[in-house]
Write a protein that binds this ligand. Sequence first.
Ligand code: SF4
Ligand code: SF4
Length: 164
Amino acid sequence: MQDIINNLPKLAKDKHKENKSFFTKLKKKPPKQLDYVMQELHEEEFNRTDCLECANCCKTTGPLFTDKDVVRIAKHFRMKQQQFIDTYLRVDEENDYVLQSVPCTFLGADNYCSIYDVRPKACSEFPHTDRKKFQQISNLTLKNVAICPAAFNIVEEMKKRIKL
Ligand code: SF4
Ligand code: SF4
């Protein structure tokens, strides 16, 4: 898995032009059954991908923390919300709460998330390949294929299955 992760930025760069053109067409005319196809591709890919062998998202990019995430996770640690924010988070250029540093401080050496049951919504949804109206997050997906091997494979499969 580590070899795949190491090669991913180059592979994604090589595919970038093709992917961009595909998503431009997808946005213009998304097929009616897109939500259904994405659900299927997502399930197929994650049935054969073990995130515990990877954790590249947790190691290289952190999630955004919504206010609800902060309330839930601070409660889990029995911390005051401000204390949790001061200890773990910072405000980024877009005014969102993000981790102070990556790899994520909640990631264990065994790739387990120590706050899995209360993890941020963005973590539980990453890489968002089963979300509805997938064409709306094309720009984000173009970036995610360089981080997430599963997202990379899903986009490759999309290009085979969806003829635009
Ligand atoms: S979601 Fe993607 S990047 Fe994150 S651990 Fe799973 S395969 Fe790796
Ligand atoms: S909170 Fe958990 S799932 Fe989210 S980035 Fe950190 S270790 Fe990964």
